[in-house]
Design a protein around this ligand. Sequence first.
Ligand code: ADP
Ligand code: MN
Ligand code: MN
Ligand code: MN
Length: 338
Amino acid sequence: MSKYKLEYIWLDGKKPVPGLRGKGLIKSFEKPPTLADLPLWGFDGSSTMQAEGNKSDCVLKPVALYPDAAKKDGYLVLSEVMHPDGTAHSTNMRATAEDDPDIWFGFEQEYFLYKDGRPLGFPKDGHPSTPQGPYYCGVGYKYMGSIARTIVEEHLDLCLHAGINHEGINAEVAKGQWEFQIFGKGSHKAADDLWMARYLMARLCEKYEVDFELYCKPIKGDWNGSGMHSNFSTKHLRDVGGKEYLEALMKAFENNIAAHIEVYGPDNHLRLTGLHETQAIDKFSYALSDRGASVRLPVNFIKNGYKGYLEDRRPNSEADPYQIVSRILKTINTVPTK
Ligand code: ADP
Ligand code: MN
Ligand code: MN
Ligand code: MN
């Protein structure tokens, strides 16, 4: 028998976007545990905005298991929050995303690394002397500083070890801003992985005395905000597509602007201004290769017979991917595929 360190991770009741929580369970197993071996567990919901003090027990139901390279015999246990009677808690947004094995999602998570209340590399007062330009995919101490890349690469290794499906990483347009991309098939895999990647980054940053900043417009002025472009494709979009179908789908998106924006992250009006590679928050547009559109069709989409994936550029860095998946699926499901 060995003892395993199981860190149960869940999302709390913070509004408008949930926060990450985790607590450790130490348990003996004959061999490394699988998801099916893991028990339900619980926590005090009155400390996480999920229950009243006199009825405080919430249940943690393990839904995905990730090896934790930072700990010997460690695992991260992503969990859904349930009521003691087994029904999903009202803050459990994962449970609202209808299970669809044929939808694929790719999230581009942009974020800042912060130190002492400002982006890494920003002077104590004011802005860096070099404006935006050389930082995107940049190299060299003068632009990138010294710890950011160390953190980014260490995070990538932790994620890959955990089985999180990263597809890429890059330095972003603003100084101290970075991005990673995560892809997954089905309604839950990409969103599960994204939350775990956020957890691993926030935890890793503790050691460097750095903050993982997800707020969408942390610096005013001519500095990019952070988005979380949400790329998606259905079986129909990948295999059949067609101009008529795309037009009907985009019409459905246009008819639901407010419902989408509601779950695309707080303070998004500060970011979706029509400038800095965005469309205005109250408008909807789609176009080939257009980074000023709400939805961008990737460069080969039309050439391939209106087939492939679409990029909704509106979700911001702080948005909850479960709510994005849930909303996009809802809108897609209103459009007949004939
Ligand atoms: P860009 O910055 O040009 O928008 P990225 O390479 O950062 O491009 O992101 C592209 C995203 O598209 C990735 O997250 C990738 O996983 C996702 N993606 C690629 N193909 C598909 C597909 N068929 N369905 C859903 N997402 C996809
Ligand atoms: Mn990108
Ligand atoms: Mn980007
Ligand atoms: Mn993008």
